[in-house]
Design a protein around this ligand. Structure first.
Ligand code: PMP
Length: 382
């Protein structure tokens, strides 16, 4: 006898990142689709990890993470944001930001709870909410700046609202949370008792002198926030999948109950290697100017093309309006662009649940200058 297989995620298929990267590989297109660098990390990081591997640090790490790394993270939040997190009870290392987000959602969302999601949103949020029995309540960001409409967020809150998902700098739009957003959010949490998952994986990729408004900077917000980071983004090693969560002890205690049964712990020598480099402020402080130069180079190279850039204040993604080129819907346009012009991008429709997709596609500029030059040369001919 066979049992009918009833999907827990019936509307989820292969993600657009897999589809576009495969298409790019199959036809040899320049891949500006998936968000990862095509340049390597600091060789000192590899040396540090290898040193720990050779020293025999190859067995399970402690469940919450290697103490040296938790201490380095707590020190960084103290230095950068004036925040005080206890490495023993308030910092947890996870297998990437993705696990961090899942664990945070799972630790507070009960079946039937509502979770406010601002769209477009990173594609793991809604499935994480649904797998935990939560109900995503979608509130659109405001095109074309993708600012947060706090009146709409306020109107979406009900007695069942448990959690708000935030992401700054934002994937796929490059928008950032501002001081005005912090004021609006603070006023909101004084009226409504909700938790916040703040996805800050692009914390160091922020431009034009803007400050990263981490939830950890604002004690009233930090008290109810899971702040998520990813060393994949910070150290150009997305394939290592090492992330973390900082959150008050009571929230961390619940988060660790989940983490302990999702992965238990994260790769040990990599945690030690990252801890060795994390105390070096220099590398981190150079990240905004490093990526701002790439954004500006890409924008300059795209001048004279029929694409129109949207504002990009952070992250390593640049949205481009293609309405002067084509009437195609965004996913078809992205596939056409890859096939006909050999440059892969990502449409925003897979990040949208409620709003129709505008005629924009996302390009990742975390690429070597020569890759950006070759891609822009092709894109200028479109
Ligand atoms: N959040 C956002 C907004 C992201 O863009 C990503 C990575 N693409 C993640 C979370 C996941 O990070 P990680 O690769 O460390 O799992």
């Amino acid at each position: 006898m066979t049992m009918a297989l009833r999907s827990r995620l019936p509307s989820v298929g292969t993600t657009i990142f897999t589809v576009m990267s495969k298409l790019a590989a199959d036809i040899g297109a320049i891949n500006l689709s998936q968000g990862f660098p095509d340049f390597d990390c600091d060789p000192a990081l590899i040396d540090a990890v290898v040193k720990h591997m050779r020293a025999g640090v190859n067995q399970y790490a402690p469940m919450p993470g290697v103490p040296a790394l938790r201490q380095a993270i707590a020190a960084k939040y103290g230095r950068t944001h004036g925040a005080s997190y206890d490495p023993e009870t308030e910092v947890t290392i996870t297998s990437g930001g993705t696990e961090a987000i899942f664990d945070a959602v799972a630790s507070v969302v009960h079946p039937g709870d509502e979770v406010i999601v601002l769209e477009p949103c990173y594609d793991s949020y809604v499935p994480a909410i649904q797998l935990n029995g939560g109900l995503p309540v979608i509130v659109p960001l405001q095109f074309p700046d993708y600012g947060i409409d706090w009146v709409a967020v306020g109107a979406a809150i009900t007695p069942r609202t448990r959690l708000l998902m935030l992401n700054s700098p934002h994937n796929p739009t490059g928008s950032i949370v501002t001081a005005a957003d912090i004021a609006a959010l603070t006023a909101m949490v004084r009226r409504h008792d909700i938790y916040i998952v703040s996805d800050e994986v692009y914390e160091h990729i922020i431009f034009d002198g803007a400050a990263h408004e981490s939830m950890s900077r604002h004690p009233e917000l930090a008290a109810r926030s899971f702040v998520v980071g990813s060393f994949g983004k910070t150290f150009h090693v997305t394939g290592w999948k090492v992330g973390y969560v900082v959150a008050p002890a009571a929230l961390t205690a619940e988060l660790r109950k989940v983490h302990q049964y999702v992965t238990f712990s994260t790769m040990t020598p990599v945690q030690h290697g990252i801890a060795d480099l994390l105390s070096d402020e220099k590398g981190l402080n150079e990240l905004p100017s490093f990526f701002q130069r790439k954004r500006d180079l890409f924008l300059q190279l795209m001048e004279g093309s029929r694409f129109t850039p949207l504002p990009c204040r952070g992250s390593y993604f640049q949205l481009m309006d293609y309405s002067a080129i084509s009437d195609l819907a965004d996913a078809e346009f992205a596939i056409w662009l890859t096939r006909e012009h050999g440059v892969a991008s990502i449409p925003t429709s897979p990040f949208l649940y409620k709003t129709g997709a505008p005629q924009v596609v996302r390009f990742c500029f975390a690429k070597k200058d020569e890759t950006l030059e070759r891609a822009a040369e092709r894109l200028r001919r479109v």
